[in-house]
Design a binder for this molecule. Structure first.
Ligand code: PLP
Length: 412
């Protein structure tokens, strides 16, 4: 598992999860903010989800046939956003992104994709472009500062077919889209891109995207694999974004592997291959797996408006508490985020985009990660995290203290 092997002095091995804690093989309990990369919104072993999985497993684990469970989860998602009129399931967020992009290509007859610099959308060649460009690649005045980061093995021609946009820079964004828009099949955007700084998209940027999509006829894909948690209807309505397709994953599977593509019936018809229609093949051996459908239905049912409001409030309190103590202690660091999501940055300079978020060296972040582990707090490797429903105010206070101390120790 690429993300965990470098945890110094050694990665804690998980023995079991209990609510918002992970117990490691040494019997240490860690307050878990990583939540399996934001997929466990109710923490570990949430009783209704465990029961749903148990019951589903007793009925058989995979069929290659439709089940009522997938209809139930699709209807639940459809009930939350009018933009999710139809839903199709796969087994990961990466797959969801790949299928949405293929769908956009099939609908437009074009190949190219636009994405924002540094934004993570899973492990599909096109979205891996500009995942982690180094400062040496930043000076490209062409307006397309693409460099392949994160994963070697992405073919060179993919670079030419991927247009990289600067985050929340509507003027430059408009200029690039004006030049490149007519060759784009789609623009993919995560409204709160975690790896690119976790700064929400600006209203002006959304306006520019809508205008360019209208003018040039490319689709807008809102990648809400993480950010769907931000409101009952997902991230897009919070930011006034009107996507053609929405990609989902993580929390909608209740902790089991899942992905989904959603959109209007008209757009989603591109995946229809019934009655001889040559739809884009959205499928896979374990797509709409009944265990994941049951777990997801149970988890999402428990995630009602009140639960989301509470999570968002705790998240906002946590960010304020930590930022306040950084200011009080004169520590040059800050947390960004939205709703129940947060991300730590080792600078006091404003964080606006991928580039400004890349100021702390990876080594310093690793030290903070390790120092947080020492204090019993598990963050993601890039020092981001999320609130889960089993957390109470006392956990938020502990988190705030532990994270502030971890950063102070690193700067000491
Ligand atoms: N899209 C976004 C915004 C993500 O954050 C992730 C994973 O972190 C993915 C897609 C890929 O999802 P998965 O890891 O399920 O393939």
């Amino acid at each position: 598992m690429r993300n965990a092997t470098w945890f110094a002095p050694h990665p804690p091995y998980a023995a079991k999860g209990i609510g918002c804690f992970v117990e490691d093989l040494d019997g240490r309990q860690l307050l878990d903010c990583a939540n399996n990369f934001f997929s466990l919104i109710h923490g570990h072993a949430f009783a209704p989800v465990v029961e749903a999985i148990r019951a589903a497993a007793g009925d058989g684990t995979a069929f290659g046939l439709p089940t009522e469970k997938e209809i139930a989860l699709a209807e639940l998602i459809r009930g939350r956003s009018p933009r999710c009129e139809q839903v199709r399931f796969c087994t990961s967020g990466t797959e969801a992104v790949m299928f949405a992009i293929k769908g956009a290509r099939a609908l437009t007859g074009r190949r190219a994709l636009a994405k924002f610099e540094g934004a993570y959308h899973g492990s599909y060649d096109w979205v891996e472009v500009s995942l982690a460009p180094e400062p040496a690649a930043w000076d490209d005045e062409s307006g397309n500062p693409a460099s392949i980061g994160g994963s070697k093995g992405v073919p060179k021609h993919v670079l030419q077919d991927t247009v990289v946009l600067p985050w929340n820079d509507p003027d430059r964004c408009a200029a690039i889209l004006d030049k490149q828009g007519s060759r784009l099949a789609a623009l993919i955007i995560d409204p709160v891109p975690s790896r690119a700084g976790m700064v929400p998209v600006s209203k002006k940027t959304v306006e520019v995207i809508h205008a360019a999509s209208e003018k040039h006829g490319f689709l807008i894909i809102s990648d809400e694999v993480i950010s769907f948690r931000l409101s009952y209807a997902g991230a897009h309505p919070l930011f006034g974004l009107q996507p053609d397709l929405i990609t989902l994953g993580k929390i909608i599977g209740g902790g089991l592997p899942i992905g989904a593509v959603a959109g209007s019936a008209r757009t989603m018809s591109v995946f229809d291959h019934t009655q001889g229609k040559p739809g884009v093949a959205l499928g896979g051996t374990f797509s709409a797996n009944p265990l994941a459908m049951a777990a997801g239905f149970s988890a999402m049912t428990a995630l009602d408006e009140a639960a989301i409001a509470r999570l968002n409030q705790l998240g906002s309190d946590l960010r304020s508490e930590i930022n306040l103590s950084f200011i009080e202690k004169r520590i040059p660091a800050q947390v960004t985020g939205s709703g129940s999501l947060f991300r730590l940055h080792l600078t006091a300079k404003p964080i606006a985009d991928y580039r400004s978020s890349r100021c702390g060296t990876p080594d310093a972040l690793r030290q903070v990660h390790a120092a947080a582990l020492e204090q019993g707090v598990l963050l993601t490797p890039n020092c981001s995290g999320a609130i889960s429903t089993p957390m109470e105010q006392a956990h938020i206070d502990d988190l705030s203290t532990a994270i502030t101390r971890a950063v102070a120790d690193t700067f000491a």
